[in-house]
Design a protein around this ligand. Structure first.
Ligand code: GDP
Length: 442
């Protein structure tokens, strides 16, 4: 769950208001005390917390809430709106150059996820039809160039490098010429990072900025570092004038402090959020969706977008036909499992469903391993067995269990479930036919 501790505490504090028919000022005061503590414990900047609580209180003690029939819901609505405003209100899109190439300069401290994010951003833009070029400007860290080349290979995006003997400013300048010649419309410059902010680093970044005049200067910060990420953002912004922030490692146990304070402190938007090490785990940052997720109100829009990006429409139509005609086989099942996996870990998907709060999510105890076992069992079947499971006798079951590293019981369970699903589909299809005959369906 994103910001698990914070989410749980906020949902607890606000949950107490939910069922009440009438709210007293004292009820609101008490709830706000808990909200304040939850935010401070999540490492949100104290000035930001103070301002936030004051605004929410002012609105919550007003007439619109006190006289409403569902005052608790109204307070939750206000908290949701103010959290959204705190994180920037609306998504902030990338600025593209009127005449390509668009130049994006990536900066940040070492280990924040700059190189990985450069690759992810390239992959995201490529999916949208752009032709990005990655540029290796970190000439100091051993193997930094090689790392970017490996990233480039994985996301199938060209990498521009002229080794570590040239200055980063020269490399950046040359990369633009190279990009123009080769039809690259977005140039993503991966700059060097340091363990701490220092004058040399800032001067070098400034020099690159002055030379290539980037359309975007994105600062990559590790969300797990909380207030440190906010301080780093302030320094980079003061010295360099960043255009936006990318928050990484939101899949880890970040407490929320960075996400909730950066915008308010620096007045620069969070443009993207990274939720894992894989190259497709970078999302546009939507403040409203993030606020809803924190308050356990789900994020259906992101869920739908993920589904649309991962599921193949043609395959879905074919599958529907097969389901109707009961021709669904283990081959199709495997295909479905693999498409589902493309959407990301089950726990990340579940938290986007409205009404599943942090406590329930914990209790659900999503067993990703079970899916892995099911996949292994199907993969240990022969093609014939997948299409016609009735041939799977005792000795075949033994072989499949052994081949997949599972037990005969698990194989039996899967086969039984599969047969029951088929029976159920048959029933449904029968029902549909009768209804159609009676003319109750179009
Ligand atoms: P750089 O020094 O800023 O270029 O950082 P790298 O791109 O080398 O990333 C440092 C480490 O963080 C690597 O092990 C990455 O795989 C990891 N990393 C980057 N982004 C994420 C993320 O969103 N989630 C997780 N869990 N790990 C990440």
């Amino acid at each position: 769950m994103v910001f698990e501790g914070l989410a749980e505490k906020l949902q607890n504090a606000l949950g107490k208001l939910k069922g009440k028919g009438k709210l007293s000022e004292k009820d609101v005061e008490n709830a706000m005390r808990e909200v304040r503590l939850a935010l401070l414990e999540a490492d949100v900047n104290f000035k930001v917390v103070k301002q936030f609580i004051n605004t929410v209180k002012e609105r919550a003690i007003g007439h619109e809430v006190m006289e409403s029939l569902t005052p608790g819901q109204q307070v939750i609505k206000i908290v949701n709106e103010e959290l959204t405003i705190l994180m920037g209100e609306k998504e902030s899109k990338l600025e593209f150059a009127n005449t390509p190439p668009t130049v994006i300069m990536m900066c940040g401290l070492q280990g924040a996820g700059k190189t990985t994010t450069s690759g992810k951003l390239g992959a995201l833009l490529k999916k949208k039809g752009k032709r990005p070029l990655l540029v290796a400007c970190d000439i100091y860290r051993p193997a930094a160039i090689k790392q970017l080349q490996v990233v480039g290979e994985k996301v199938e995006i060209p990498v521009f490098s002229i080794g570590d003997k040239q200055s980063p400013v020269n490399i950046a300048k040359a990369s633009i010429e190279h990009g123009k010649k080769n039809g690259n419309d977005v140039i993503i410059i991966d700059t060097a990072g340091r363990l701490h902010i220092d004058e040399d680093l800032m001067e070098e970044l400034e020099n690159i900025k002055n030379e290539v005049k980037p359309n975007e200067i994105l600062l990559v910060v590790d969300a797990m570092t909380g207030q440190d990420a906010v301080t780093v953002s302030e320094s980079f912004n003061e010295k360099l004038g960043i255009t936006g922030v990318v928050l990484t490692k939101l899949d880890g146990d970040a407490r929320g402090g960075a996400a909730l304070s950066i915008r308010a402190v620096t007045n620069k938007p969070i443009k993207f959020a990274a939720t894992g090490e894989k190259f497709d785990q970078l999302e546009t940052f939507h403040p409203d969706r993030m606020a809803s997720r924190i308050l356990g109100m789900g994020d259906v829009l992101s869920l739908i977008e993920k589904a649309q990006a991962s599921f193949d429409e043609k395959k879905a139509l074919e599958l529907e036909k097969k389901l109707r005609n009961q021709q669904f086989t283990f081959e199709d099942f495997l295909d479905q499992l693999q498409q589902m996996k493309n959407m990301g870990p089950m726990s990340q998907l579940l938290e986007m469903i409205p009404g599943i709060n942090s406590k329930q999510l914990k209790n659900l105890n999503v067993d990703e391993k079970e899916l892995v076992h099911i996949e292994a069992i199907i993969q240990s079947m022969t093609k014939e067995e997948r299409i016609n499971p009735s041939v799977i006798d005792g000795s075949r079951r033994k072989r499949i269990a052994k081949g997949s590293g599972t037990s005969i019981q698990e194989v039996n369970k899967l086969l039984k479930q599969f047969n029951e699903t088929k029976k159920m589909l048959k029933k449904f299809s029968g029902m549909e036919k009768t209804i159609k005959k009676k003319g109750r369906f179009n």
